[in-house]
Ligand binder design. Structure first.
Ligand code: TYC
Length: 107
């Protein structure tokens, strides 16, 4: 049986290959929390609950992992969302007088 690739008409009536055959998935970025000696543990738990929608139990595990290992991943997001999370966490920590640092890294 003869087969034919599926095409879609453009606004000028010319055929286009389906977008999904050409578009790369958007790059993802890890949002990483860094340990320090001054930010209270309870505050870090609140950050993980508030900005990363973690349960108290999950937030406590992630916070202790960062405390012991020096850093830890809070989530993986498209670039704009990762940048927003970093900005929100950094502003929240600054506003409360804590040095908590949060950065993004390409996944
Ligand atoms: N190390 C901090 C303390 O002992 C707690 C802490 C955990 C700080 C995680 C930052 O990302 C962090 N109070």
């Amino acid at each position: 049986m003869a087969t034919r690739k599926q095409t879609f008409p453009n606004s000028d009536g010319l055929a286009l290959e389906p977008e999904r055959q050409r578009a790369k998935p958007p790059p993802l970025y890890k949002v990483v929390l860094l340990n320090d000696d001054y930010t209270p543990m309870d505050f870090v738990v609140v950050v993980l609950e508030k900005f990363f929608r973690m349960s108290r139990e999950r937030a406590t595990i992630v916070m202790l992992n960062v405390h012991r290992q020096g850093r830890g991943v809070c989530g993986v997001f498209p670039r704009d969302l990762a940048a927003t999370k970093v900005e929100q966490v950094s502003a929240f920590a600054r506003r409360h007088g804590h040095p908590l640092a949060c950065v993004m890294e390409e996944n």
